[in-house]
Design a protein around this ligand. Structure first.
Ligand SMILES: Cc1cc2nc3c(=O)[nH]c(=O)nc-3n(C[C@H](O)[C@H](O)[C@H](O)COP(=O)(O)O)c2cc1C
Length: 367
């Protein structure tokens, strides 16, 4: 099938209209002031407000959900006030912005979370290192959550969505990808529980679906999206049968009338690491009845192609958005893109160099 839909076609997302189908993918940039969003962050997001939709960097739902230094939170009033600067700046420029709700689970370290042991579905360490206040350290074996502790974490997501709404966001996206807590529950490499949250696929999906239900109790479901990465291998992720696992999840999400599901393709590293599903979109797109954002390695041409084929309704761009605040304009004019500099992807909010590689990428000259 071929349609005339392009990246520049508007689209309804529930009761909201996006002016184009170019989405800024969520990207951690580590420039919060401690956990508080700053004016600099408001400038950064406002620079990118011409995107049809911005999804913010992952944002902690509780103090113990932290995997990195200078990640913003959404669990206290100061953070809500900080985020208001961001939502206001984006919406003043006609943009739409969702907050990405995040719990890092086993991707954490005691030195980041008040000396406590990170929590996870099972006591299985993620491979790899993290930058922490005590330097670069290996991740430790987390503590398996007691069944009785899980409702409290579901509640943190609900409160996070409530706070995001109070901060003026247009919606929230659950971070169900990339090996963090929700993904840790979904995939059997990190979930070997024997209670009702482990074992069968239905059990492994229970935590995610409880979070979806909780969030939709405080915000209409068409203000909620979810990001999934069936082929991600980062942080030691994997599943014995990802096709079956993610098919179950995506079909189950049909019941909720969500704003969208956001599906990430395999990266080059994933393709080298394992025999992952590639491409992801054609496998899962037929199973989902709502809106799909596709992500991973897209340029303008590939984005337009996938929309014309009607496999997805929106396309999200990560790295191109780091370096091109006016990506929409550049796509419209078919001009050259700025190259992102990976050395400044992750910064520090309290550092005078925080704007470097963050808010100083050039716009096209206007003549
Ligand atoms: C610096 C950086 C930080 C990222 N942080 C997040 C994040 O916080 N949440 C998330 O879901 N994905 C995160 N990602 C993944 C991107 O959203 C996106 O899925 C990935 O970059 C692939 O898209 P691209 O090929 O257009 O860059 C990050 C990527 C980069 C480069």
């Amino acid at each position: 099938m071929n349609s005339s839909t392009t990246l520049f076609s508007s689209i309804k997302l529930g009761d909201q209209t996006l002016t184009n189908r170019i989405v800024m993918s969520p990207m951690t940039r580590l420039r919060a002031d401690g956990t508080i969003p700053t004016e600099l962050m408001a400038t950064y997001y406002a620079q990118r407000a011409s995107a049809g939709l911005i999804i913010t960097e992952c944002t902690m739902v509780s103090p113990l959900s932290n995997g990195y230094m200078n990640v913003p939170g959404i669990y206290n009033q100061e953070q809500v006030e900080g985020w208001k600067l961001v939502t206001q700046a984006v919406q003043d420029r006609g943009g739409k912005i969702f907050l990405q709700l995040w719990h890092s689970g086993r991707v954490a370290h005691p030195s980041l979370i008040n000396g406590e042991l990170p929590v996870a579905p099972s006591a299985i360490a993620a491979p790899g290192t993290l930058h922490t206040p005590i330097g670069k350290v290996e991740m430790e074996t987390p503590r398996a959550l007691e069944t009785s502790e899980i409702p409290e974490i579901v509640e943190q997501f609900r409160q996070g969505a409530k706070n995001a709404r109070a901060a003026g966001f247009d919606g929230v996206e659950l971070h169900g990808a990339f090996g963090y807590l929700i993904d840790q529950f979904l995939q059997d490499v990190s979930n070997q529980r024997t209670d009702e949250y482990g074992g069968s696929i239905a059990n492994r999906a229970r935590f995610l679906l409880e979070v979806v239900r909780a969030v939709t109790e405080v915000w209409e479901s068409d203000h909620l999206g979810i990001k999934l990465s069936p082929s991600n291998t980062f942080y030691g992720m994997g599943d014995r049968n990802p096709r079956e696992t993610f098919s179950y999840i995506i079909k189950a999400l049909n019941d909720f009338n969500l704003a969208y599901i956001h599906l990430m393709e395999a990266s080059e590293i994933d393709l080298k690491n394992a025999d992952v599903i590639d491409p992801v979109l054609p496998v899962f797109s037929p199973l989902y009845q709502g809106t799909i954002i596709t992500n991973g390695g897209y340029n303008k041409q590939k984005g337009n192609e996938v929309l014309a084929q009607e496999q997805a309704q929106l396309v999200s761009y990560g790295r191109p958005y780091i370096a091109n605040p006016d990506l929409v304009k550049r796509f419209e004019l078919d001009t050259k893109l700025n190259e992102p500099n990976p050395k400044t992807f992750y910064g520090r909010g309290d550092d005078e160099n925080a704007p470097v590689g963050y808010t100083d990428y050039p716009f096209l000259a206007t003549s």
